[in-house]
Design a protein around this ligand. Structure first.
Ligand SMILES: [Zn+2]
Length: 75
């Protein structure tokens, strides 16, 4: 019995880098740029707003190296 399955993925693009994302600060409403790590499927972290310096809670959902959704909240 032969199990000859070609386990080849076409177009593998595993990017273990950072993705630049524009978010809106929930405090001052300014749009700021943050970097999301796409190698993690789901993460929550705190980043200080570059405009008003208040801590923004950022939740990022990623899949296959791309950001699916990003949301912000007041921490
Ligand atoms: Zn702000």
């Amino acid at each position: 019995m032969k199990a000859n399955r070609g386990m080849l993925f076409s177009g593998v693009h595993f990017m273990s880098g950072l993705s630049e994302q524009d978010i809106q600060c929930p405090f001052c409403g300014e749009t700021i740029t943050v970097f999301a790590d796409c190698s993690i499927s789901r993460q929550t972290y705190i980043e200080d707003c570059s405009v008003c310096c208040r801590p923004i809670q950022i939740e990022v959902n990623c899949e296959e190296g791309e950001v699916l959704s990003i949301s912000t909240d007041r921490s």
